[in-house]
Design a protein around this ligand. Structure first.
Ligand code: ZN
Length: 432
């Protein structure tokens, strides 16, 4: 969140010498106010009432790595960036910080907050998620310095979520990851929040997300959708450069970025929303934008001109949505039939083979894993993506004008070990 603005004798001697050598760079712990400790290393100061454990001690090193990454990514002069101080307040008992006057001038906040060179974090249920929050707020701080602002609320929070979603393994920090499984990111829960949000309120359009405000209500949903929108746009083969242009420095915290970006996409906004639906349908643990993100506009260019009565298309079992090279008019019926054998899992060097009907002893989204499914994208952007089972054969009647896409039924993160393809035949206006 952010608002505007082994020798027993030698060992002790060695330890003492090392302590003297290390002391000037290492933390100097000061009990500044009752219950609140403070330590400083280089440009980073940590203020906390929590025990300074190895995790909190590692934060200056984590912030060093994060800042080096941002300098590279955003062309910031590293020498200049080193001159920006940051005070991190890690809060267990909010009252202690209030009594110490450390929250003066800070508006009410729930999880985290950034104000100029100060960030505030409320204790979280896992080290991972607390670090996520640290990197989220530090992203606001870095953008405040580097770009004079974070941009419109969806972009500001989405970017902080992108950079906050990290991996910290053996002292090496990787930012802007898409987690491959929930075990690596305890209490992060963004994918669950997205699916719960869809179940409760339906999927938001990108237009809605781009005009999000800063209210505290429903903020976690808004952060998750803003993150998803940033992942989508930053990786999209057509729209990424447009976002780059609209988000060039200097930024502020108004809707200026949104309006610039929306204007640059005004003549193709329907395509943006269609690609967004296909993206959200697949976006989950293990999503790989380079192989999973689909741009429908160039794929459908010539499809509305004349209809083939009969066509055959190969569907790769390892890929996401694939276009059937077919444009259907409202009420048109298409007979779809499929054949082929393909591998849907490799386990203990054994290949699990599937046919278009799928493997009935494992289910995903209430359908057998590996089953051939269809997705109908309407020209009418107010209609949701219509996902339906195909299997060996089915008939589908288009409820509006639109395009047919195909893939096998399996979570996106489990498809990397798939191999083989299906041959799918589509016949318009006839039974299969
Ligand atoms: Zn934030």
């Amino acid at each position: 969140m952010r608002i505007l603005p082994t020798c027993k004798f030698w060992t002790p001697i060695l330890v003492a010498c090392l302590a003297v050598l290390i002391a000037p760079q290492s933390r100097a712990q000061v009990e500044s106010t009752a219950g609140i400790k403070r330590f400083t290393k280089d440009q980073w100061t940590i203020v906390t009432d929590l025990p300074i454990d190895p995790e909190i001690e590692s934060w200056p090193g984590i912030l060093d790595q994060a800042l080096a990454t941002w300098c590279q990514k955003w062309s910031i002069d590293p020498v200049q960036a080193k001159s920006w101080p940051l005070v991190v307040h890690c809060i267990g008992d909010r009252k202690l910080f209030e009594q110490a006057g450390l929250l003066e001038g800070v508006p009410p906040f729930d999880d985290g907050f950034q104000q100029a060179d100060r960030v505030f974090l409320i204790e979280q249920p896992s080290n991972y998620y607390r670090r996520h929050l640290l990197l989220h707020e530090a992203t606001h701080w870095a953008m405040y310095h580097a770009f004079a602002g974070g941009g419109s609320p969806w972009f500001m929070e989405g970017m902080a979520e992108v950079e906050g979603t990290h991996q910290w393994i053996n002292g090496k920090l990787s930012l802007a990851i898409i987690p491959s499984d929930p075990q690596g990111v305890p209490h992060w829960g963004r994918f669950k929040r997205l699916s719960d949000s869809i179940a409760a309120k339906g999927m938001p359009s990108l237009k809605q997300i781009l005009y999000y405000g800063n209210d505290r209500q429903d903020r976690q949903d808004r952060y998750s959708w803003s993150w998803a929108a940033c992942v989508f746009f930053r990786n999209h083969p057509v729209y990424a450069t447009m976002l780059q242009r609209a988000s060039a420095a200097p930024l502020d915290y108004s809707l200026k970025l949104t309006q610039l970006f929306e204007n640059s996409l005004a003549d193709r906004w329907d395509w943006v929303e269609r690609d967004w639906k296909l993206f959200v349908d697949e976006f989950d643990f293990g999503y790989q934008p380079t192989s999973n993100l689909i741009a429908l506009e160039p794929l459908t260019k010539d499809l509305s001109e004349g209809l083939p009565k009969d066509l055959s298309v190969d569907v790769d079992s390892a890929k996401g949505w694939q276009i059937a090279n077919l444009f259907l008019r409202t009420g048109q019926q298409v007979g779809i039939s499929a054949e082929g054998t393909y591998v849907v899992r490799m386990q203990n060097q054994q290949a699990w083979e599937s046919s278009p009907s799928g493997i009935s002893y494992q289910y995903y989204r209430h359908m057998p894993m590996g089953k051939l499914i269809g997705g109908f994208v309407s020209t009418d952007t107010s209609r949701p993506l219509d996902v339906f089972a195909i299997g060996k054969q089915t008939e589908y009647v288009a409820q509006s004008d639109g395009w047919l896409l195909l893939r096998i039924n399996e979570p996106v993160g489990k498809r990397q070990d798939n191999s083989g393809k299906l041959t799918v035949r589509c016949a318009i206006g006839s039974r299969p």
